[in-house]
Design a binder for this molecule. Structure first.
Ligand code: PLP
Length: 495
């Protein structure tokens, strides 16, 4: 062999071992010092790109140089979702076991498209799906598949619903068949993935009808019934209801048992979006969350939101999973030899062929924590959320924007006296005052985020801007929450 040929291939084992040790230290240091970093950068768009090489490298560079650029250019340009002061979105986290799981996954380089292309990945996927089903108390009539996200899960669920209402859509498509317009109903608090799915499936964004919610942001089922009747009169065909267990803004929970009845009466598919909330069903004290689930057709759970698995990891459960397989199975000739066994081939359960080995990281995390430790952590998030809400209630410049649910608290600065800003009315603030308060609440979030000391989100409830925190990060403790609360109080005082 020539020298050049010897140089091809991969890094030498000795060199690779040295790099891995260096990386292990880097990861451990990063986790240890995370709390001292800015939570979010305050750069202008494009600043990071302008510091990166614009031309691709002609020659290879040493790992040390690449890693030092990660430190210099990438880490400071990140929003650190794992930072203890990151309280945005659902406060999602990574954990040490999760990082170990990701590291083990990398060298295995699996493609879990069929059982034969990786028996262990396929069978572990089934095991992890079963464990999760067991933990959240879902009936064994449900079986599942791991996707990247809930948005992809809902799209697959609605594709099956569509096939049941409009048979042979898989084969013939929707056009030129004289089919009625198909309607999907979901609350005005539900996630926009409903519309995205309707766009992808050719159902049309406008055919996702938003049902009003009650004072607690839960779907108003009287309104739902009325909308179905109204659509029926106009020869529009009800296809599905998406009920949410843990809505994006307030983590409110729709009345699933009543929605089940409506779906059965109207022969509609019931999809439960438990992307955030379903994980909390592992707590015995919140088992009520699962009321009505066994009657659903599909349910999506995102362990990457509430069960300590880092992005991405979402499970779609379908009652009688064969219904999903029938819509998506398609075996091209070149895969026929790899699909002869009767075992599950997960490529049959979705549009994706090549599939990452997502089950492994979840398996490492679930085994490292066990149900008890996961439940204890979720319980702590609920405790912290309620504690934060108590602080808000005790400061009359603020009010809660919605009932506290799971790890989510929405709140609003309302002025120096309850009910209005200084000089304004105390009972019914006028539109201009409310507009000013909107701006102020938004400004508080912007300032705190720009400070790099904490990260919150803002949302709109009934048209008004509220601040919002989501607890879900294993590193966030009471001291961090208190520091964030003091920061909020200081910022409104300054403003
Ligand atoms: C209730 C709910 N459903 C679905 C989604 C979409 O999740 P994903 O990012 O996994 O697609 C979100 C995202 O925040 C959500 O809050």
């Amino acid at each position: 062999m020539t020298n050049r040929q010897q140089e091809l291939g991969d890094t030498s084992p000795e060199e690779f071992r040295r790099q891995l040790h260096e990386l292990a230290d880097w990861i451990a240091d990063f986790r240890q010092n995370l709390g001292s970093l800015r939570v979010a950068p305050n750069e202008k768009p494009g600043a990071i790109m302008s510091a990166l090489a614009s031309k691709p490298p002609e020659e290879g560079e040493p790992f040390e140089k690449i890693l030092s650029d990660v430190d210099r250019l990438i880490v400071p340009g990140m929003v650190h979702w794992s930072h203890p002061m990151f309280l945005g979105y659902f406060g999602w986290t990574t954990t040490a076991p999760a990082i170990l799981g990701e590291i083990i996954t990398a060298p295995l380089n699996v493609n879990a498209m069929t059982w034969r292309t990786c028996p262990a990945a396929t069978e572990l996927e089934t095991v992890v799906i079963d464990w999760l089903r067991d933990w959240i108390g879902l009936s064994e009539q449900f079986d599942g598949v791991i996707y990247d996200t809930a948005s992809v899960g809902i799209m697959h669920a609605l594709a099956v619903a569509r096939e049941e209402v409009a048979p042979e859509t898989r084969k013939l498509g929707l056009s030129d068949r004289g089919l009625p317009r198909l309607r999907v109903y979901t609350s005005d608090q539900a996630h926009s993935s409903a519309e995205k799915a309707a766009i992808a499936l050719g159902l049309g964004e406008e055919n996702v009808q938003r049902v009003p919610t009650d004072a607690n942001f839960c779907m108003d089922t009287v309104a739902l019934r009325q909308m179905i009747v109204r659509d029926g009169r106009e020869s529009l065909k009800p296809l599905a209801v998406i009920a949410t267990v843990g809505t994006t803004s307030t983590a409110s929970v729709d009345p699933v048992p009543e929605i089940v009845r409506i779906c059965r009466e109207n022969t509609m598919w019931l999809h439960i979006d438990g992307a955030y909330g379903a994980g909390f069903a592992i707590l015995p004290e919140t088992k009520w969350l699962t009321n009505g689930w066994r009657e659903a057709d599909s349910i999506v759970v995102n362990p990457h939101k509430s069960l300590f698995v880092p992005l991405d990891f979402s499970v779609l459960y379908v009652r009688d999973l064969e219904r999903l397989r029938r819509v998506f199975t398609l075996v091209p000739e070149y895969l026929r030899g790899d699909t002869v066994e009767v075992q599950k081939n997960y490529m049959d359960y979705g549009i994706q062929l090549g599939r990452r080995f997502r089950a492994l990281k979840a398996w490492v995390i679930f085994r490292s924590f066990g149900r008890d430790e996961m439940a204890a952590r979720l319980r702590e998030f609920v405790r912290l959320a309620n504690l934060f809400a108590d602080w808000i209630k005790r400061d009359n410049r603020f009010e809660l924007g919605a009932p506290v649910s799971m790890g989510v608290v929405c709140f609003r600065f309302v002025g120096s006296v309850a009910g209005g800003v200084e000089g304004g009315p105390t009972s019914a603030p006028s539109a201009t005052i409310e507009d000013q308060l909107d701006q102020l609440n938004s400004e508080v979030v912007e300032r705190i985020n720009a400070s790099g000391r904490a990260y919150l989100t803002q949302t709109k409830l009934r048209g008004r801007t509220v601040m919002r925190i989501g607890l879900g990060n294993v590193l966030t403790a009471e001291e961090h929450l208190r520091a964030a609360w003091e920061m909020i109080q200081e910022t409104v005082t300054k403003l």
